[in-house]
Design a protein around this ligand. Sequence first.
Ligand SMILES: C[S@@+](CC[C@H](N)C(=O)[O-])C[C@H]1O[C@@H](n2cnc3c(N)ncnc32)[C@H](O)[C@@H]1O
Length: 201
Amino acid sequence: MSTAGRKDSFYFRAKSLEYRSRAAFKLLELQERFGVIGNGPVLEFGSSPGGWTQAALSFTVGPILSIDRVSMEPVENVTFLKADLLDPSVEVKIRDWLSANNLGGFSSVLSDAMVKTSGNHSLDHSRSYEICRRVLDLSLMFLTEGGCVAAKMFQGDLTAELFRKYSGFFDFRKITSVSATREGSSEIYLVFKRFSGKRVR
Ligand SMILES: C[S@@+](CC[C@H](N)C(=O)[O-])C[C@H]1O[C@@H](n2cnc3c(N)ncnc32)[C@H](O)[C@@H]1O
């Protein structure tokens, strides 16, 4: 599709509200429908260029740690960490940040992380599965009791199994799509709320 064709109403609304990306509206909808951001610290994956970060800032009074493997222009009052969430060393970096800020964990984990689509649905689905599963594992490590997760993936064969695997850790679970997702995309969000606090089953 041409660049002009991709400039939809969300693109123009993002421009007028000075969001760095139209993706901000995805988080705004998830927040309105599910209250995925509370008053506590937020851990965000796949933050660059920063639309979700800007949107998250308007809801939380807690600090935000945003992570992406590509750089992000600074957002005031947000810590940005350039790191690959699939790399095991990211866990140490998150732990270091928490202890430097005297925090025990995060009340929300948000992930809009995704690799560039290849056009091969099965490949895109399995890559998104790998990212989403890792985000959910990191959520179990770093969420505080009662916490919440919203994580993106491309729907496919492995979605139901992944959803089931993590459902038992939370009181509320939902697979949903949002209206700012582009037509024809299989993008969905796994939303889990009210973390039990039990990190293993
Ligand atoms: C759709 S964009 C995110 C848009 C952003 N949430 C916003 O609102 O502006 C997906 C992001 O996921 C990041 N990403 C993909 N794989 C990643 C990984 N393994 N670790 C960290 N970030 C990753 C990409 O670099 C990209 O910036």
